[in-house]
Design a protein around this ligand. Structure first.
Ligand SMILES: *Cc1c(COP(=O)(O)O)cnc(C)c1O
Length: 453
């Protein structure tokens, strides 16, 4: 509150594509998609129209004992896209995390394994900030104050390749971290309900990216030791990492990944371990999320950034674990706005845009363009320039302890909205960004770096 005496809030009047326009008419390019939620620009005509139409029909009805077309259609579509055929809805990401954690625990309890009460996550992970979600989050600034209130969980070494030893490839490092995971799980599995993970990119950790082989190994380890794998795709789902869901890349052959440019230059890819290649049933084709995750949490981009909605998808086996005459064996997580029709209609419009505009395919050219243009930034003292689909990031080498704040302010003065995390500057723009808008984004960043470094 006090900081805003020097940093007044910016009153936004209007959104237009990638631009936010304040009450004085200043324009800001929204290079963070309004905290990673906006996929197809502000004031998007198609999503707006879908919500308006739904508003003329039905604004809301409780899902207890009732249902409606948008929630059924959306569940069917998400089921097809992920291979996980059962959906549970809430309104925000943290709630999705809570639901997945509770459901995992409750499933084991219903299956005669009530001792499986513990969760593990990655070092530097972020899964939301309600008490349960914070319990598996590992970001000190959000967590430490509330530590006495939180459930205990253990953190596994993060495969974020910035943490690799000098000379170690991203892949070797990911495999080394997976070995540490296996060591922990092999001794604690009897008490473990689930491993919750952000697939491919730990966004809140400062866009920490890692090699997809880690997901493959995590799946193998979780299967071997009977532990659920919860994929928190709240930030990375819906095309952010270059595929519809980040988990899909764990099952792709590494040649496919390289050809499609998913593994950026910074990932040094060595030969894949032969036993893993042979074990890959889905060589050379995009596969479903269900090959990796027992649960997937979705939110943020699900409505294109229009309305709050989240969803936890899971598989038949979990669903069957709750299928019973006894009410208390059911999953009792009451949420007033579950499956809200307006939010579901925005989500359906978002998925329709993916289909009609072939978004995953057409983003590839944009990703390539951003990567090329970002080479201009390598003249500055930066390191770990990295890309994963429509996420690009680099770390600035500076002694300035207020770098994030100074950079944010300087960028706004140049018409650019970025929110550095520590020394990490990242771009996560709406997919509708044009080449000239990308040019603007990079040029503004160059001006900011010239001023600050
Ligand atoms: C944003 C985020 C959440 C929390 O979502 P909210 O809607 O802010 O509660 C959880 N997990 C990840 C990976 C996120 O990026």
């Amino acid at each position: 509150m006090k900081q805003h005496e020097n940093f007044p809030l910016i009153p936004i009047k209007k959104g237009d594509g990638v631009w936010l326009i304040d009450t004085d008419g200043n324009r800001y390019l929204d290079a963070v998609s309004s905290w990673w939620v906006n996929l197809f620009g502000h004031n998007n005509p198609r999503i707006k129209e879908a919500i308006k139409q739904q508003l003329d029909t039905l604004e809301h009805v409780m899902l207890a004992g009732f249902t409606h077309a948008p929630v059924v259609e959306l569940s069917e579509k998400l089921g097809k896209l992920t291979g996980l055929g059962h959906a549970f809805y809430a309104s925000d990401g943290a709630s999705a995390t809570e639901i997945a954690l509770k459901m995992s625990f409750h499933y084991w309890r219903n299956s005669g394994k009530p001792q499986k009460t513990q969760f593990i996550s990655l070092q530097n992970s972020y899964h939301g900030e309600t008490l349960g979600a914070l319990g598996v989050t590992d970001v000190a600034i959000f967590k430490d104050t509330y530590a006495p209130l939180l459930m205990q969980s253990a953190q596994m070494p993060s495969p974020d390749f910035r943490l690799a030893e000098a000379g170690e490839s991203a892949e070797d490092f990911a495999l080394r971290c997976a070995d540490a995971l296996e060591k922990y799980v092999s001794t604690h599995h009897a008490q473990l309900a689930a491993f919750i993970i952000e697939p491919l990119v730990q966004c809140a950790a400062g866009m920490g990216m890692y090699h997809p082989i880690y997901l493959q190994r995590a799946r193998e380890i979780c299967t071997q030791y009977n532990v659920h794998l919860i994929a928190d795709e709240i930030a990375v789902g819906f095309g952010r990492t270059g595929t519809m869901f980040a988990c899909e890349q764990a099952n792709m052959s590494f040649d496919t990944l390289r050809t499609n440019g998913f593994i950026s230059r910074s990932h040094t890819v060595n030969t894949v371990r032969p036993e893993l290649v042979e074990g890959l049933p889905y060589e050379n084709k995009q596969t479903e999320v269900c090959q990796i995750a027992d649960f997937i949490c979705l939110s943020k981009g699900i409505t294109g950034g229009y309305l709050p909605l989240s969803c936890v998808l899971t598989k038949d086996e979990i669903y069957q674990g709750f299928y019973d005459d006894s009410t208390v064996r059911g999953f009792l997580h009451s949420h007033s706005y579950t499956g809200n029709p307006l939010a579901c209609s925005a989500a359906l419009a978002t998925l329709a845009i993916f289909e009609s505009d072939n978004v995953i395919e057409s983003n590839k050219a944009k990703t390539a363009y951003i990567q090329t243009k970002m080479q201009a930034l390598t003249h500055f003292p930066i390191q770990h320039l990295r890309h994963q689909g429509m996420i690009s990031a680099f770390d600035v080498m500076t002694q300035n302890t207020h770098f994030a704040k100074d950079c944010y302010a300087a960028a706004l003065n140049n018409g650019l909205l970025i929110r550095p995390i520590g020394n990490t500057i990242y771009f996560m723009p709406p997919y509708t960004i044009t080449e000239s808008e990308i040019d603007f984004m990079i040029q503004a960043t160059v001006k900011v770096l010239q001023k600050l470094i």
